[in-house]
Design a protein around this ligand. Structure first.
Ligand code: FAD
Length: 362
């Protein structure tokens, strides 16, 4: 998901240095000098250091109030600390994850405000409770938007939570209305129940709206099947009759129902050429302009006539630009008895993934 952000930053003239870190700062006549781990130096006017947030909980610790491993003041659902008469809220506290009651510290203004109201309510006798932090966040980068809600794939892996994921690349509004902008959405959900666990979006317009809808869906404990049914406002300049939210529901539900088996870009390298055939179903011109190495090209329009060219002793990973034609191909091949799966996110996601850190999972 960070691929488009990285590319966008570079297009704006930003040098993005990865696999590097700052060793030291020094003052120069005109500003600052930064010494890098790689050995080089940078001369800058000023530096903004964004290296995370640590709670300043010394007062609580010295008072014997319990704090977590990362220093956050441990609170219960009423925002009481280990001393019932002392409440704590905001960046300094450790709360529970909305989903699993895993302890978490997420320094955001929304949770801090809600916690403040809940603590005040409880002090004055109301039984208000905090539902846990969901981590709904958004950031703007030179006109681009990156947003997320709920659990990331990284945190699901860390907590050994089972999940399935899909990627889609819809436009923010109907393509026939001017200025439609493509976005990338990722949805994480429970592979058995379909309960939505988390989502991330990157694009320009309309990303915050979709992530906010998904934030509510997560709060409500909704499943991917619910997303198929949600009714959202539509006129061509605002969205789609099949909104990206519905599309997430269609694709994720299709995966869970077994209608559209998928294969993930980050697993492709674990297959040998003897066990997997990559099948590009885009046009010959699209294929010529770039494709996954080793892929065979059979445009979707000719697939039924050319199935005899395909092996039955190997898995077939179909793909197109973003996933739709790859899905049709998977349906055709599945009904003809082939073991086919569609590469989630298609060539666009693969290009993104291979252009950036192949080991990174966002
Ligand atoms: C640059 C920046 C941008 C941000 N942007 C966003 C954003 O876009 N969206 C978002 O959700 N969150 C954002 N945040 C995070 C958000 O500001 C915090 O999560 C939120 O302010 C936390 O509220 P709080 O009440 O816990 O702490 P604070 O707002 O930090 O309030 C703590 C207060 O306690 C006071 N204080 C500290 N020690 C003592 C003491 N010993 N005695 C008395 N008073 C004391 C401090 O002076 C301060 O006024 C941003 C943070 C920063 C720094």
């Amino acid at each position: 998901m960070i691929g488009p952000v990285d590319s966008h930053l570079r297009k704006q003239g930003v040098d993005v240095l990865l696999e590097n870190s700052v060793e030291a700062f020094g003052e120069t006549d005109s500003g600052l000098m930064i010494r890098l781990k790689s050995g080089g130096t940078l001369d800058v006017d000023f530096a903004v250091v964004c290296i995370g947030v640590r709670p300043e909980s010394r007062l609580a610790q010295e008072s014997g109030i319990k704090c977590g491993e990362r220093g956050g003041i441990i609170t219960n659902e009423h925002m009481q600390t280990s001393d019932d008469n002392v409440y704590a809220v905001g960046d300094v506290v450790q709360t529970s994850c909305f989903f699993s009651s895993t302890p978490i510290q997420i320094p955001l203004a929304g949770p801090a405000n809600r916690q403040g109201r809940i603590a005040a309510d409880h002090i004055f006798g109301r039984d208000s409770t905090y539902r846990g932090t969901q981590g709904t966040a958004v950031v703007g980068i030179f006109g681009m938007t990156a947003a997320m809600t709920g659990l990331s794939e990284k945190s699901l892996i860390r907590t050994h939570t089972a999940y399935e994921k899909i990627y889609i690349h819809p436009s923010d509004h109907a393509g026939y209305f001017p200025d439609a902008q493509q976005m990338m959405l990722k949805l994480l959900f429970d592979p058995k129940t379909g309960i939505i666990l988390g989502a991330q979006g990157v694009g320009t317009t309309g990303v915050d709206k979709r992530i906010d809808v998904l934030a509510i869906a997560i709060q409500a404990g909704m499943t991917v099947y619910d997303l198929e049914e949600v009714e959202l406002c539509y006129a061509p300049q605002y969205g789609h009759a099949k909104d990206p939210i519905n599309m997430l529901g269609f694709v994720a539900s299709g995966v869970l129902r077994g209608d559209q088996p998928i294969i993930q870009v980050d697993t492709l390298s674990s297959y040998s050429a003897e066990s997997l055939l990559l099948l590009d179903v885009r046009t010959a011109a699209e294929f010529a302009a770039g494709h996954i190495p080793g892929a065979k090209n059979i445009p979707i329009e000719t697939l039924r006539e050319r199935v005899s060219e395909l092996p039955r002793d190997r898995k077939i990973a179909t793909y197109c630009k973003v996933g739709q034609r790859g899905y049709y191909a998977t349906r055709i091949l599945d009904q003809l008895g082939f073991d086919a799966a569609n590469i989630s996110g298609g060539f666009q996601l693969w290009s993104n993934y291979s252009a950036h850190d192949n080991n990174a999972i966002d």
